[in-house]
Write a protein that binds this ligand. Structure first.
Ligand code: NAD
Length: 316
């Protein structure tokens, strides 16, 4: 049986990946549970959970020198842009320093590794307005989070060129779905909206504060499509040494998103419109041709993904 290590494997994306892979592989997870939850995981005899910090390098060394992995998905991160602005040093340690330590350990102890996949972010493109973003679009990281993601990407790609470590990078656009932590400051607009609908269903008063005209748009990708893409990066030879946008190639405005949720919940969400926030990205859209060239096809429209997600939530 093949074996896989997932850092951050009890978080939103990691747990969905782990639950998929543990049906047919040995899955080891290291997570400090700062944001992840054990309850996200479907524990079976293939799953080994290690509570630990990826900045604990002796623990990481023990793990990588003891076990041989076929695949590593490096997803652990402080996934909050706002946190990185508040605490750039602390987030740099987790989001960047730990990445190069992991690479060093892979170089020293994992000669048979088939793939090391890193989770980057569309935030590396920053505010430059041209859309859609191809992997060759201008990089303008504007927060410590985005800088750390881009620096990590560079190390990953160079690790292939310099040491022949078979790396690949996923640049996630806006991922949503089951196991998303509604308390995570990164969960973003879909979680905030779902909280509001939940309040309305419980007959509490709630209104959504909308900054700007509601025409700001995002490329929302459902978690199962992300898992599909991550498996392609792990299995496809042409993924090695390459970076891939993870988006659907479709953009949805905030007004449209609220419209879809109004229909799903059969409620009209009260919206308070206020002035746009300075610095907010107006439009974000992935060109996903490169990922499609590996065989990727998004299976969920936003409507379908949201319906599945909403049905999975308690109390909705
Ligand atoms: N969700 C998105 O839309 C999105 C978009 C772009 C990039 N990403 C990236 O994808 C990855 C997964 O994101 P997610 O949405 O699942 O976030 P998440 O917060 O749910 O998952 C991250 C996991 O890492 C763990 N973690 C954090 N610091 C750690 C540490 N020092 N040691 C060990 N574990 C630690 C957390 O407990 C959590 O389980 C992250 O690298 C994130 O930056 C996510």
């Amino acid at each position: 049986m093949e074996s896989v290590l997932i850092t951050g494997g009890s978080g939103f994306i990691g747990s969905n990946l782990a639950n998929h892979l543990s049906k047919s592989m040995k899955v080891t997870i290291i997570d400090d549970l700062s944001m992840g939850r054990i309850e996200n995981l479907q524990i079976n005899e293939n799953v080994k959970f290690i509570e630990g910090n990826i900045c604990d390098y002796s623990k990481l060394e023990e793990l990588l020198s003891t076990y041989s992995f076929d695949y590593i998905f490096h997803l652990a991160a402080i996934a909050s842009v706002a946190d990185s602005v508040e605490h750039p040093l602390e987030t740099n340690r987790v989001n960047f320093e730990a990445t190069i330590h992991l690479l060093e350990l892979v170089k020293n102890y994992q000669p048979n590794l088939k793939r090391l996949v890193f989770s980057s972010s569309a935030s590396v493109y920053g505010n430059e307005p041209t859309i859609p973003k191809t992997e060759l679009s201008q990089i303008l990281p504007q927060t410590p989070y985005a800088v750390d993601k881009f620096a990590s990407e560079c190390y990953l790609i160079n690790a292939y060129k310099l040491y022949n470590i078979p790396t690949a990078v996923a640049r996630f656009f806006n991922v949503y779905g089951v196991n998303q932590n509604p308390n995570s400051p990164y969960s973003g607009v879909i979680s905030i909206l779902l909280d509001k609908y939940q309040a309305i269903l419980q007959e509490k008063s709630a209104k959504f504060t909308l900054f700007g005209d509601g025409n700001q748009s995002r490329d929302f990708i459902y978690i199962d499509d992300v898992v599909q893409g991550l498996l392609l990066l792990a299995q496809s030879n042409s993924a090695v040494g390459n970076i891939f946008n993870f988006g659907t190639g479709n953009m949805t405005t905030l007004n449209e998103l609220i419209g879809i949720l109004d229909t799903i919940f059969q409620k009209n969400l009260p919206v308070e419109r206020v002035a746009a926030r300075k610095g907010d990205i107006e439009k974000s859209l992935a060109d996903n041709k490169k990922l499609r060239s590996l065989g990727f096809t998004p299976n969920y429209t936003l409507n379908e993904g949201l319906s599945v997600y909403v049905n999975s939530l308690d109390g909705l």
